[in-house]
Design a protein around this ligand. Structure first.
Ligand code: ADP
Ligand code: MG
Length: 387
C-alpha cells in the first residue's frame, strides 16, 4: 500500500493565463477514500490528471509511497482512473474491454484471464462478460468501467465524477458500491464530484476546493460543523447556511433585525481577528428554531414551506434577506402565518468578510439578544418550543 502526496502542485494553461491548480497540498493516506469536491471549473479534474500523469505540473512535486513520480508518464505509475464518460469500446465485449489494458502491457493469457475474472467477480458482472456495451444498462456499463479500472490492481485509484451520467437512484446505489469496492481494494483513492451531498455521504475525508486551491481537508462532520471559511460554510450543506452581513462593536453584534451581546471570549476573538466592524454571521438552517409568536427573538411571516418528509424547510424574510430554517414536519406552520424565531447560539459561526473563519460560539455561550423592534427577549439556546 502507498500514500500519494501533492506538494505545492501548480498547473496553468495558455502560458499561465489560466491557473487551473494554484498551489495544492494534499496527502491521500494509504487505503483512504478522499473526496475532492468543489464547483465546476475549480481545478478538480486537473488535480486528478496531475496525479495520473496526464498533466505535468508547472511546479511542485507528487510522490507515491515516497517516490517522486512528478515527471513519470501515466503508464509508469500504478494508477487507474475512471472518467465521467466511461467510454467503453463499443465493438468489444465486456471481457475484451476489461482485458484491453493488460493485453497492451503484454501480460500473459493466464494472468489476464485470472485478473479479469477477479475484477468481474468483485463488480458482480461475471454473467455479462460476453455482452457488448450497448446491451448493458447505464449502471452495468458503469460497473464494467470500474471493473476495467481495477483489473490492473492500481496502487492509486482515481475517479472523476464517475456517477454523473446515472439517474439519482442508481447514483445512490453506486456510491455505496464504490465505497465497498474501495474498502476491498484498500488503496488510496480520490473521488471527484461537484455534488456536496455526494461528497458528504462518501469520504473518509473531504477536500473542499475553490478557484485552484484546497480550502479545507477534514472528515465530513468537521467540514459541516467547523467550516474554516465562508466558502466552505456556504458550499457545504443543503439547504444552505444563512449568512448575515453584520457589524460588530464593543461586544455587540448587530444583525440588522436584532443584536446580540457576545460572551467575553467571543468578543476577544473578534477584537483580535477583525480590522473593521464588518463581520459575517453564519447560522445553519437547523439552528434556527421556530417558536410561538412573541416567544422568540423576533416574529416573522412564513413566506414558503417546502415539505421534505420528516422535516420541512421554512422560508421567511429578515430585513432584505431570505432566510431558511429546517424544522420537524410535525411543527404546525402555515404559509402566510406568523412565527417567532430563536437561534441555537453554540452553532453560530462568525467569519471575516474576506472569508476566513473567526470564531464558532461553541459552549462559551451565555447570550443576551435583543430584537430591535419590540421588547428585548432573552435568547438562551433552544428557546421555547412551539406546540
Ligand atoms: P473542474 O474539474 O473542477 O471542473 P478543471 O480542472 O477541468 O475543473 O478546470 C480548471 C480550469 O482550468 C478551468 O478554468 C478550465 O477551463 C481550465 N482548463 C482545464 N484544462 C484546460 C486545458 N487543457 N487548456 C486550457 N484550460 C484548461
Ligand atoms: Mg472536472
Amino acid at each position: 500500500m502507498v500514500d500519494a502526496v501533492l506538494d505545492n502542485v501548480r498547473k496553468t494553461f495558455n502560458d499561465g493565463q489560466v491557473v487551473a491548480v494554484d498551489d495544492v497540498n494534499l496527502t491521500i493516506e494509504e487505503g483512504e477514500l478522499i473526496v475532492l469536491v468543489g464547483p465546476s471549473g475549480c481545478g478538480k479534474s486537473t488535480t486528478l490528471r496531475c496525479i495520473a500523469g496526464l498533466e505535468t505540473p508547472n511546479s511542485g512535486r507528487i510522490t507515491f509511497g515516497g517516490h517522486d513520480v512528478t515527471e513519470l508518464p501515466p503508464k509508469d505509475r500504478a494508477v487507474s482512473m475512471v472518467f465521467q464518460n466511461y467510454a467503453l469500446y463499443p465493438s468489444m465485449t465486456v471481457y475484451e474491454n476489461m482485458e484491453f489494458g493488460l493485453k497492451m502491457r503484454g501480460a500473459d493469457r493466464e494472468t489476464i484471464d485470472e485478473r479479469v475474472r477477479w475484477a468481474a467477480d468483485i463488480m458482480e458482472i461475471g454473467d455479462l462478460l460476453d455482452r457488448y456495451p450497448d446491451q448493458l444498462s447505464g449502471g452495468q456499463q458503469q460497473r464494467v468501467a470500474l471493473g476495467r479500472a481495477i483489473v490492473r490492481e492500481p496502487a492509486i485509484f482515481l475517479l472523476d465524477e464517475p456517477l454523473s451520467n446515472l439517474d439519482a437512484k442508481l447514483r445512490a446505489v453506486m456510491r455505496t458500491e464504490i465505497q465497498e469496492l474501495q474498502r476491498k481494494l484498500d488503496v488510496a483513492t480520490v473521488f471527484v464530484t461537484h455534488d456536496q451531498e455526494e461528497a458528504m455521504s462518501m469520504g473518509d475525508r473531504i477536500a473542499v476546493m475553490n478557484a485552484g486551491d484546497i480550502q479545507q481537508v477534514a472528515p465530513p462532520s468537521d467540514i459541516y460543523h467547523d467550516p474554516n471559511s465562508l466558502f466552505v460554510a456556504d458550499f457545504i450543506g443543503s439547504p444552505e447556511i444563512n449568512l448575515f452581513r453584520s457589524s460588530y462593536r464593543n461586544g455587540t453584534v448587530d444583525l440588522g433585525a436584532f443584536d446580540v451581546d457576545v460572551p467575553d471570549v467571543i468578543a476577544t476573538e473578534l477584537d483580535s481577528g477583525l480590522d473593521s466592524d464588518e463581520v459575517v454571521t453564519g447560522i445553519r438552517p437547523e439552528d434556527i428554531n421556530v417558536v410561538e409568536p412573541g416567544n422568540g427573538l423576533l416574529d416573522v411571516e412564513v413566506q414558503v414551506i417546502e415539505p421534505m418528509g420528516d422535516t420541512q424547510i421554512i422560508y421567511f424574510d429578515v430585513e432584505d434577506s431570505r432566510v431558511r430554517a429546517v424544522v420537524p414536519s410535525a411543527r404546525n406552520v402555515t404559509e402566510g402565518g406568523t412565527v417567532g424565531l430563536d437561534v441555537y447560539w453554540p452553532n453560530v459561526h462568525m467569519f471575516h468578510p474576506d472569508g476566513p473563519k473567526l470564531v464558532k460560539w461553541g459552549n462559551a455561550v451565555d447570550v443576551d439578544a435583543d430584537a430591535e423592534s419590540g421588547d428585548g427577549v432573552r435568547a438562551d439556546g433552544h428557546g421555547e418550543e412551539a406546540q
